[in-house]
Design a protein around this ligand. Structure first.
Ligand code: ARG
Length: 569
């Protein structure tokens, strides 16, 4: 589609005597019957003292014909362009098939670094369902940026430092049981954590001891550190199991503790730049605050540091190491103020690159409750997703020789992930199993199913034909043209997803392809001449080439979203 956008932009800019950048920024994709590209002429009306419709009509004459377009015509205030389908088919399909898994990649990000801080759970607690959002949005953004040639540094900024771990260590010393810990792992830690919190509430001396324990950890005292290391190791092993199931990886596991030795330096740096001041015994960043805004704390009255202190340290370290073009923090909306203050503090310290940092926040998920109303563990959701997908497959069909276990994982987990990514990340959504596993809606399964259909038709049809043996001019059905147009939109959607930090742009584009694919299939059911595996060998070959391109488009899109694309299901 890029080619068409460029060509249209170029001729219009020339005809209008304007900047290509201006024209490009105004282009829209109209409803199908109004063509494929549209230029609204309102923005020119005032300075030209002409009606938008008159401007569009004049432009039509000035532009004339173009070989890539069937027609370029003014309709009211719009100048609409209709892509010439034969050219589209004969260029796009071979391009996609040649590119294979490099389809929708580019090098616009070449030489640029993107840091993505994502997932970043707190240790000593199992991953909760709410960690899915940060993990999968961050993962998709990483894959999408890599496809565009950026160098991506995925960082898991574990919450592995702070008074909580003093509390936990103190609780373990007092009433912990090593063999129960070895046995229970992270669930034991969670129990211990709940006990420790209760004890700290009841007993001030316990709270005081926990504070001391964390002070000892900050001072590097070996016994206190050993316990911390033990808890961290258990937690990481547990997290890794979930990341493996989700096929998510990180360049670095660098938690808050990573910065424990530089925090004094960081505080000194704040002091010597924008300054610090005391506020109710605590040390805070001296910068402008809104009325009633709690100040950004660097040290508590007992001298221990805080989350904010460590985030300043991490941001500066990441800048030193990566000189990033973008530094993204995929963290829930609850931390809006924290990231706003982080950027402001860095700005006040004279670190202009803070402008490259973005808090990529996301909305909440409703409808996830447990029997006890507690947080739902992510593993439980992934298990249930797999169970449900397995049950559905068993019910759909008997023995087709597919690896039910593997596919159930791919479909169940993929369904949950796609559902998480399909809406604007900033909006809240309601979790709903029925919808997630609906094969007909805007769902991962619908897209996966379309992909699997493509694979099975290709294998029934004797495989993808070689480029030389296909005459793509034979693809003339409106369903075929509509399908290829949607396919052509995937690369633009990948770019838009990166620019807007919005994986849903890609999820939508991938679904649009699946939807057109389904229409094509339905028309084949209604009209035998539109079937893919028809008698006529050359029509069949051309259609198989199209199916192959669709397969590639769907697979690419799903993978960039972090969703598997099973070949059969
Ligand atoms: N550990 C934090 C939490 O669970 C999230 C950390 C996000 N990343 C960061 N650089 N602050 O709330």
């Amino acid at each position: 589609m890029k080619r068409y956008e460029n060509a249209f932009t170029e001729v219009v800019a020339r005809a209008a005597g304007r900047d290509e950048a201006q024209i490009r920024s105004l282009l829209k994709i109209p409803e199908a019957q109004r063509g494929d590209l549209s230029l609204p002429c309102f923005p020119f009306a005032k300075e030209m003292k002409k009606s938008p419709a008159a401007i569009a009509a004049d432009l039509q004459v000035a532009v004339g014909d173009h070989p890539l377009f069937e027609k370029i015509e003014a309709v009211g205030p719009y100048l609409n362009a209709f892509i010439e389908p034969e050219g589209l088919m004969s260029t796009l399909i071979p391009e996609i098939r040649e590119a294979q898994d490099r389809f929708a990649t580019s090098d616009v990000g070449k030489g640029k670094e993107v840091v993505i801080d994502f997932s970043s759970p707190n240790i000593a607690k199992p991953l909760g369902f709410h960690h899915l959002r940060s993990t999968m949005i961050g993962n998709a953004l990483g894959r999408i940026h890599r496809a565009l040639g950026y160098r991506v540094q995925g960082i898991n900024f574990l919450g592995d430092w702070g008074k909580t771990f003093g509390l936990l260590a103190e609780a373990f010393v007092r009433f912990g049981d090593r063999s129960a810990l070895d046995e229970g792992g992270i669930s034991y830690l969670l129990e211990l954590y709940i006990k420790a919190n209760a004890a700290a509430q009841e007993d001030e001396s316990f709270d005081e001891a926990a504070r001391l324990m964390f002070k000892n950890q900050e001072a590097g005292e070996p016994r206190a550190m050993d316990l911390w290391r033990l808890f961290r190791g258990i937690s990481l092993a547990e997290f890794q199991k979930v990341y493996d199931r989700l096929d998510v990886s990180f360049e670095f596991f660098e938690g808050e503790s990573h910065y424990r030795d530089v925090l004094d330096e960081v505080v000194a740096r704040v002091e010597s730049t924008c300054g610090t001041r005391e506020d109710q015994g605590a040390l805070v960043v001296d910068m402008e605050y809104a009325k009633d805004e709690p100040p950004m704390m660097l040290r508590k009255s007992d001298g221990t540091t805080l989350y904010a202190t460590r985030d300043i340290a991490a941001a500066m370290d990441r800048w030193e190491r990566f000189r990033f073009a973008k530094s993204l923090y995929v963290v829930g909306v609850e931390q809006k103020r924290h990231f706003n203050q982080l950027k402001r503090a860095l700005g006040a310290m004279g670190q202009e690159w803070e402008e490259r940092m973005t808090h990529v926040y996301f909305g909440r998920v409703a409808g996830m409750s447990t029997r006890k109303g507690n947080v739902v563990f992510l593993t439980e959701v992934l298990d249930e997703a797999t169970d449900r997908a397995r049950a559905k497959m068993r019910q759909d069909d008997g023995d087709r020789g597919i690896d039910i276990e593997k596919v159930a994982q791919q479909v169940g987990i993929g369904g949950v992930v796609f559902f998480d990514l399909k809406n604007l990340r900033t909006s809240d959504y309601s979790f709903d199993w029925e919808e997630i596993l609906n094969t007909k809606g805007f769902t991962g399964i619908c897209v996966q199913y379309a992909h699997a259909r493509c694979c099975s038709i290709l294998s029934k049809g004797g495989g993808a034909p070689s480029a030389g043996e296909t005459d793509l001019g034979l693809l003339r059905a409106s369903e075929e043209i509509a399908l290829v147009k949607e396919l052509g939109r995937i690369p633009g959607a990948v770019e838009a997803a990166a620019a807007d930090l919005e994986p849903s742009r890609l999820a939508r584009a991938v679904y649009d392809v699946a939807r057109e694919w389904n229409r094509y299939q339905q028309s084949g059911n209604a009209d035998r001449s539109l079937r893919i595996l028809v008698e006529d060998e050359s029509v069949k070959k051309a259609r198989l080439a199209l199916v192959d391109a669709v397969r590639i488009g769907l697979e690419t899109g799903l993978k960039l979203l972090g969703v598997s694309a099973p070949q059969a299901m």
